[in-house]
Design a protein around this ligand. Structure first.
Ligand code: FEO
Length: 455
């Protein structure tokens, strides 16, 4: 992957001191052995490059940094127990990736969720004394990457903290950091002494403050949430995590789907910037080395949301009548040449339904009527989908009822609000579906499959 460098490459004048490094922060040879230093010793070589010498005893210590590239270490934390991220099921936990750049101006890129602060400091401490950090760059203000920043700033006492313009605002409004934060602009570069860090704003991917940072010396892109996934693993790199694809799709569907038009623009911009990229270092999940092209291509595919001949049937049922209807619709879909995924909402999480929709062309939603309304699990899914705004779907509603039967109408109304193009009028069954109703369900499946063939 190549992209030309961001347009403005002037030294970040906002930093002022970037070209006149403070000896206390940059004279690593003078500083070592610093208080709290870990089992590594840092020194400055003839070429002004930092050398890290590892003590044999360090191999026995936990919470070490992991080398990512010539000048970058992973110093994040692994959260094996996270199971929910704002309504998105994270059944495999997550990671909070933070990175340390060993430049003349030692720089921390992003931080971790507050309870993992000590782990972050321990990993930093395995390489340098945390007080040697000169700069902190916050690519994204959400608290899984900034929650411990007030304490980290207090410990490290950095010369400067940098964030995007919106990052400055969001960090200030969320956290009480006792130090001024300097705004950096899209295309601006910050001198770290012997290398530089450039910034690319990625507004609304997925917060207004989000940005990428690019380290020229290592051809490494810090991509914050983009290209990430909630996946705890013992390995830090893509080659060590072979089964990442579902979790990457799930992350895209549940976090980035509403901003797909911006993802396409960003991918175009990355192409036009023509930056050489050897490593993409996201804030969650594996670090990309081998599979950079693959994850970029998957993002391009997911962002387009092209309808395929796949349908998702999601439903909840009181006494199995709506479930029977769902299976009859499925048979009709297959008869019409469309594959389907049946997702009973009693056992399927809303965030997995959304993930299945990422490459689907149709969504059929079933609900029994209860108290003149749809079932709560169905309302939950539809509310979630309203926020995520999946595109290019056709679909309808179906369900059983005893005496009033409002659920089908209510579900169709919400599907329409979401932007789903409605097929037919939906199918209702009074109490238990008759053979005729099941035939109607089967025909609905065929009708949906026919529509998908023509999209
Ligand atoms: Fe991983 Fe938007 O925070």
């Amino acid at each position: 992957m190549r992209a030309s460098r961001p347009g403005r490459t002037a030294t970040c004048t906002a930093s002022g001191r970037a070209e006149t490094p403070s000896p206390s922060k940059t004279g690593l040879a003078e500083a070592a052995p610093a208080k709290g230093a870990g089992p590594f010793r840092a020194s400055v070589g003839n070429e002004n490059a930092l050398r890290i010498e590892e003590d044999a005893s360090s191999m026995k210590q936990p919470f070490k940094a992991v080398k990512v590239s010539d000048h970058v270490y992973w110093v994040g934390a692994i959260d094996w127990s996270l199971r929910d991220f704002h309504g998105y099921s994270t059944e495999r936990g997550t990671t909070y990736n933070a990175y340390l750049i060993l430049a003349d101006k030692i720089t921390l890129v992003d931080a971790v969720k507050a309870p993992f602060k000590d782990e972050l400091l321990a990993r930093i401490g395995s390489v340098i004394n945390p007080e040697q950090i000169s700069y902190i760059v916050s690519n994204h203000a959400e608290m899984d990457h900034s929650g411990c920043l007030p304490q980290i700033v207090e410990t490290v006492k950095p010369e400067q903290i940098f964030a995007s313009t919106m990052g400055v605002k969001n960090l200030s409004e969320q956290l009480h950091i006792g130090q001024e934060i300097t705004a950096v602009k899209d295309g601006e570069s910050l001198s770290l002494g012997n290398m530089s860090l450039s910034f690319v704003e990625t507004k609304m991917l997925h917060w207004p403050d989000s940005m990428f940072s690019y380290l020229d010396a290592d051809e490494l892109l810090f991509s914050n949430d983009a290209f990430g996934m909630h996946l705890a693993s013992s390995g830090r790199f893509d080659v060590e995590v072979p089964d990442w694809e579902y979790q990457a799709a799930k992350y895209y569907a549940n976090i980035l789907m509403p901003f797909s038009h911006l993802v396409l623009k960003l991918l175009d911009r990355m192409g036009s910037l023509n930056l050489p990229i050897k490593t993409i270092a996201p804030d969650h999940g594996p670090i990309w080395r081998r599979d950079i092209d693959k994850i970029l291509k998957l993002y391009a595919t997911w962002a387009q949301q092209k309808p395929t001949r796949k349908a998702v049937i999601a439903y909840d049922t009181m006494w199995e009548s709506t479930a029977l209807m769902a299976r009859a619709i499925g048979d009709g879909l297959v008869a019409g040449g469309t594959q389907f995924k049946l997702m009973p909402l009693k056992v399927s999480h809303r965030s997995d339904v959304v993930t299945e929709l990422l490459d689907a062309g149709a969504l059929l939603v079933g609900s029994s009527t209860m108290n003149n309304n749809m079932l709560p699990a169905v309302a939950d899914l539809l509310t979630y989908l309203k926020g995520l705004r999946p595109k290019n779907l056709i679909g309808t509603a179906f369900g059983s009822y005893g005496w009033s039967g409002e659920s089908v109408g209510h579900v169709r109304e919400v599907l329409s609000q979401i932007g789903v193009e409605l097929v037919g009028d939906g199918v209702k069954a009074k109490f238990v579906p008759t053979e005729e109703v099941l035939t109607n369900c089967f025909n609905l499946g065929i009708q949906t499959a026919e529509r998908l063939k023509n999209l």
